[in-house]
Design a protein around this ligand. Sequence first.
Ligand SMILES: NC(=O)c1ccc[n+]([C@@H]2O[C@H](COP(=O)([O-])OP(=O)(O)OC[C@H]3O[C@@H](n4cnc5c(N)ncnc54)[C@H](OP(=O)(O)O)[C@@H]3O)[C@@H](O)[C@H]2O)c1
Length: 246
Amino acid sequence: MAGIALLTGASGGLGQAAAAELQQDGWTVALVGRSEERLRSIYGSEALCIEADVSTPEGAKAAVMRCQQQVGLPTALAHCAGTTLLSPLHRTTPELYRTCLTANLDSAFFTLGAFVDALREAREPGAAVLVSSVVARIGVANHEAIAAAKAGVEGLTRSAAATYAPSRIRVNAVAPGIMDTPAVARIIGNDASRAGAAKQYPLPGIGNPADLARLMAWLLSDKAGWITGQVWAMDGGFSSIRPLVR
Ligand SMILES: NC(=O)c1ccc[n+]([C@@H]2O[C@H](COP(=O)([O-])OP(=O)(O)OC[C@H]3O[C@@H](n4cnc5c(N)ncnc54)[C@H](OP(=O)(O)O)[C@@H]3O)[C@@H](O)[C@H]2O)c1
């Protein structure tokens, strides 16, 4: 049964797709982003918007607390906040590395922590889905920082799933390949670069955020009630098959 879902990165491409899917499933969605103005420009003045920077422990706690104060305890978390970074190790400055780790790993760690704290205090079950990336599982050149961050997200997923299974709190992750969102607009900005990106994947085309959002909504639903600690790839086969070379 749907209840209240906390959605981070709600202003982003995947976040907007996830908001639509969760609402379709009957969830009341608390939309979290670092700018209320940006959220309102997307979702309108009536939407439940929460301005918070979930990459800090204080911001993550504030997001969960404000959700509780405004509508109630969130029993689902869709953590879509994050970035991507195409940069080889030798060109990744300490600042780029820190920014990448903060946006992707710190945000997942602190947001999941705040969500679990609230559920445990209320002695309620719940479900979270985090977002990894295809580059966590398979070596892809020029992705060292984001690969490290997302591998961390996958480890976090499995360990937290183990810790909180007895409390009936489920934790899963999804690991997409390239998806058509603002995060990669520069990489797939024209027809040639889009075709070049698509060529890397066994199945034709690139990912659709709406499809990943559907998977996330399903993982948060009761239908996935006996699934935890899993990382679900949606990557056109990239991470597990080697196409026949003709
Ligand atoms: N698009 C892809 O090809 C692809 C592939 C693999 C994995 N992913 C992952 O999918 C997730 C969603 O990405 P997307 O494609 O939807 O990107 P997006 O359109 O850029 O949206 C990401 C959102 O995350 C929030 N965010 C960024 N940095 C943050 C930070 N330091 N702290 C808190 N929030 C931050 C931003 O919201 P505000 O600025 O409003 O706070 C932004 O709107 C990310 O985890 C990304 O790593 C994407």
